[in-house]
Design a protein. Structure first.
Length: 317
C-alpha cells in the first residue's frame, strides 16, 4: 500500500468513526433523564412556557430533523448556548479546553520521559536492585489513586514545603514559565499512572529487542552498548510507546476531571462536571463531541507517526 493511499484510508476511517460517534452522542444525550427545556424555564414555569422553550431549542421537531440540524451546527461550529449561563458553548469550550490540553500534554511529556528512563534502567540492570526499584516505582504509580496523590501533593509540596502553588492557573500566552509552574504538580499527579505503563512497556520491549539476532550481530561488529541501546532497543520500543501515549493522551483529556477539581483548574473537566450537575445538555453534548474529535484526531496522528518510526507499517497495512 502506497503512502498516500495509507493516509487516505486512515482519514476515511476516521471520518466514519466521527459520524458514528456523532450519532451515538446525539442519541445518548437525548436518552439522559431530565428535560433541558424545564431546566431552563425553572420549576415554577407553566406548560406553555416550557413548550415555547422546547420549540426554540428545536426539541419539538422529528428526531431525524434534529440530527441533521445538529450536524449542520457542528460543521459551522454553532454548538448552541448554555442552559445554565446563556453563554455561547463554543466560547466556553475555547476558554477551558486550552487548560486541559496543556495539562494533558505536560503530563504525557513527564510520563514519557520518566517512563522511558525507568524502563531503560530496568532493562540495563536486569536481576539487580535498579530493576527492582524501577518496577516498584511503576507498581506504586499504578496503585495510587489520583485524588489521594493530589491531596498528598498539596499537603507536602504546597503547604509544608511551599514549592508549588496549591491551586490557580496562569494562561500559557500570558506567562509560559508561570503557567508551567502552576501546572507542574497537577501534571505529575496526572502522569503517574501513565509513567508506570510506559516504564513496564519500555522494559518489556527493550528486553525483547535486545535479545534478537540483529542486536547480537551489532554488538559483534563492535558497536558500543549505549549506541545499540538507543539505536535498536529504544527505537523499536517507541513503536509500542507511540500507541500507548496516543491513546492515553485522549484518555487524559477526558479523565482530568478529578485532577482539575483538586487543583481548582478552569479546564474542560471542571466545565463538564458543572454541566452535568446543572443538566446543561448543550454543554455536555459539545464537550463529549469535542473530546471525541480530539481522540479520533490523535489516533489518526498516531497511525501517521507509525509510518515515520516503522516504514514497514504502511507496506503491510
Amino acid at each position: 500500500m502506497t503512502k498516500s493511499r495509507f493516509f487516505l484510508t486512515r482519514l476515511v476511517q476516521s471520518l466514519i468513526t466521527l459520524l458514528i460517534s456523532a450519532v451515538v452522542i446525539f442519541l445518548g444525550i437525548r436518552a439522559l433523564p431530565g428535560d433541558p427545556a424545564r431546566a431552563m424555564a425553572g420549576d415554577e414555569a407553566g406548560p406553555a412556557e416550557i413548550a415555547a422553550i422546547r420549540a426554540d431549542l428545536g426539541l419539538d421537531r422529528p428526531l431525524v430533523e434534529q440530527f441533521l440540524i445538529f450536524l449542520k451546527n457542528v460543521v459551522t461550529l454553532n454548538l448552541g448556548e448554555s442552559t445554565r449561563t446563556g453563554q455561547e458553548v463554543t466560547s466556553m469550550i475555547s476558554q477551558t479546553l486550552p487548560v486541559t490540553l496543556w495539562l494533558a500534554l505536560y503530563a504525557v511529556f513527564l510520563a514519557t520521559v520518566g517512563g522511558i528512563i525507568l524502563g531503560m534502567i530496568a532493562e540495563r540492570h536486569r536481576g539487580r536492585f535498579p530493576e527492582f526499584l524501577s518496577n516498584g516505582i511503576a507498581l506504586l504509580g499504578l496503585s495510587l489513586p489520583s485524588f489521594w496523590l493530589g491531596l498528598l501533593g498539596i499537603m507536602l509540596f504546597a503547604i509544608t514545603l511551599g514549592w508549588f502553588p496549591a491551586s490557580g492557573y496562569v494562561p500559557m500566552g500570558v506567562n509560559p514559565l508561570a503557567a508551567l509552574y502552576h501546572l507542574t504538580m497537577p501534571a505529575i499527579v496526572l502522569a503517574t499512572a501513565l509513567a508506570a505503563v510506559v516504564t513496564r512497556q519500555t522494559r518489556a520491549s527493550m528486553i525483547e529487542t535486545m535479545g534478537t539476532d540483529y542486536v547480537r550481530f551489532a554488538k559483534a561488529k563492535g558497536l558500543s552498548q549505549p549506541r545499540v541501546l538507543f539505536k535498536y532497543g529504544l527505537r523499536n520500543a517507541l513503536i509500542a510507546l507511540v500507541t500507548i501515549t496516543g491513546l492515553q493522551l485522549g484518555a487524559l483529556l477526558s479523565g482530568a476531571v478529578v485532577t482539575e477539581q483538586i487543583f481548582v483548574l478552569p479546564g474542560i473537566g471542571s466545565l463538564t462536571l458543572d454541566a452535568i450537575l446543572a443538566r446543561d445538555f448543550p454543554v455536555i453534548q459539545a464537550v463529549v463531541l469535542v473530546v471525541t474529535v480530539l481522540y479520533v484526531v490523535i489516533n489518526l496522528l498516531v497511525d501517521i507517526l507509525y509510518t515515520v518510526i516503522n516504514p514497514r507499517v504502511r507496506v503491510s497495512a
